[in-house]
Ligand binder design. Sequence first.
Ligand code: KG4
Ligand code: ZN
Length: 330
Amino acid sequence: MRNLILGIESSCDDTAAALVDTEGTILAAANVTQTEIHRPYGGVYPELASRAHVAEILPTLDKALAEAGVSPDRIRAVGVTRGPGLIGPLLVGLNTAAGLGLGWGVPVIGVNHLRGHLRSADLGGSRVKYPATILLVSGGHTILAYMEDPRFIRLLGATRDDSVGEAYDKVGRMLGLGYPGGPPVDRLAKAGESCIQFPRPMLNKGLDFSLSGLKSAVSRYLESEPNASYANVAASFVQAIVDLLAVKCRRALMENRSASLVIVGGVAASPQIRSATAKLCAELGVRLCLPPERWATDNAAMIALATWDYIRANVHPRPVPNVRLSLVDY
Ligand code: KG4
Ligand code: ZN
């Protein structure tokens, strides 16, 4: 019986393959991350990312197939990220998927990476109660969305400039904490006091975000106060992010009847963000869903799971790259 999807993800700095069944159960998931390759550059270096995907894609696929221990004739379709992402890395996954589809005689579906993220909380046993408001906060994206059920996604808001992860990484670099900046900035923040009034752009306006002003304010502060306490700067920056996210989530939950608030993406690992949103959810009587970190960051199981949504909706986007997809696109 062909009841498995092979998912492939290569949009940024993770090469990943996974096999997922109709129920969303993960039979195997292999992932090679490139953090160490990009660390010296303080961000993802696209050409090096492409080369690493070329080197890793076939071994990663072999690993996932061996781990699942299933023969390819169980595979119903190949789902592969078609965007948004870096063009070189995307092409590696898309061409590999096209070859597999041709060889196995199965359809290849081009999956919107953002849909994958928004479905990721249904992986690994932590099922979401719908309708749900979803906050995606990663290095590449900052998005608020509403899902009445897994197939219907409505975009509520998005960043107009930097993502939250980018802001963390840039502030991490200013404070000499290396890349990625999220975890060390959070750690340093715990040792400091939130006593610097950094701006909270667009706090009182809708559900969009803007973070470049906050990042510039931190940079200007460090220039004007050469003896600043880095711990206090980190604490004040994290507090501004926490306030922004908490206010936007509250507004989204008040405006859209939700059983759950789901937070996905690498930044969801932040303890400060976790505790602020837990408090908010307790107050509003909403369930907080934080998927395990493995499924909250880029992975192929979320792409495979989203592929089922396409099949059920009878939507088969061609596996061609699209670096500018938005959530309203399937
Ligand atoms: O989803 P992700 O792993 O990768 C992509 O964006 O593709 O997100 C990475 C981002 C980085 O910007 C990193 O600094 C941030 O997530 N991050 C965190 C934490 N852990 C990772 N940000 C804040 N607090 C953390 N504990
Ligand atoms: Zn992603």
